[in-house]
Design a protein around this ligand. Sequence first.
Ligand code: NAD
Ligand code: DAU
Length: 358
Amino acid sequence: MNLDAYRTRVAVTGGAGFIGSNLLLYLVPLYSEYLFVNIDCLTYAANLANLSSIESRDNYRFEKVDVRNAAELTACFDKYRINAVIHLAAETHVDRSIDGPAEFIQTNIVGTFNLLERAVSVAKENPGFRFHHVSTDEVYGSLGETGTFSEQSPFGPNSPYAASKAAADHLVRSYHKTYGLNTVTTNCSNNFGSLQFPEKLIPLMIRNATERQPLPVFGDGLNVRDWLYVEDHCRAIDVVFHKGEAGRTYNVGGGNEVTNIDLVESICRIMDQMLDGDRHEELIRFVEDRPGHDRRYAIDSSRIRDELGWLPKYSFEAALRATVEWYLDNDTWLESCISGDYRKYYERMYADRLSGEK
Ligand code: NAD
Ligand code: DAU
């Protein structure tokens, strides 16, 4: 391929996962003058079929590469003369990090380190080399009844997942301060939308409800998350990648604070309207709490709003309805996730949860 036809050649890591797929579906048609190389090792959470509508585009390529493997990364960066990175590849599920943290340390910390090393090396010949690190609000820990996380909030990660992301954030910061790498970091709240693996709250509840399986709500159900529709997150990444100030971090949130029980009840009501049959709320079960379960997240996103002009476009209610509809229309996609080894893991985890029913 003629690499010189593309002035920006972006490695998007984790592009076959939930946010990565949505991001590529958004960016690839929008920036035909950029080359997008999707770097993903295809864990259980990946699904290349998500990208079928862009896979034959000239400005898109997929490479099965593991960010834990520095040699594979070097070969791939050389092959495409990569001069920018949007880094999403990660192990992302908090419950799995409690069950087995080792992969989180390797992928989220060592993988980020490998990418930073590669970026610093390439940036010597490409001074503008941009490194956008996609991170989470979980690095800040948990809030009480009031207050929000700002970019000045101290880090206080409570799960192995959150700690591994916090470590990666610190590495990114240090590579800017020490080596002058042109970095930006976004710390985002809970995303929802199409293509999310059904171990996460919203698709898990939709799938279980369609099968009339129990809906396991952890603890008292009063933990609060600040939900953001994934398309709004993709627009935020676009804005920060292009306009964010080097070395700066940006919080991204939807301003939609909802308790888990209210959210699950809303999903049930939407499903009652869309499907015939018994009321879905009857399926709700309060089960043993997640260890170290963060009580409340809420994001102050005034920096990205005021400095870069980003605003979420979608209302929470309309986006939640569209999301439920998407999963009901794509039940084969949903089932394809729950197969093979993952099915065994999922069934064990699910049985454990329900055995702790209150
Ligand atoms: P996901 O679990 O759906 O997808 C992760 C992707 O990374 C998968 O395609 C997987 O194959 C790939 N991957 C994992 N390990 C890899 C490795 N060693 N080498 C190469 N590829 C690897 O995750 P997601 O929910 O789309 O999250 C993407 C990023 O956004 C993560 O960094 C996550 O921390 C961050 N984030 C997620 C949310 C959210 O609500 N989902 C919110 C804020 C930030
Ligand atoms: O805040 C951003 C983070 O959001 C991302 O960094 C993570 O990658 C992403 O997984 C998500 O983390 P959470 O732990 O908040 O998401 P999860 O969907 O696992 O859980 C959302 C809330 O719902 C949480 O309070 C736990 C609760 N829960 C979850 C599941 C799976 C339940 O009550 N029952 C469940 O079965």
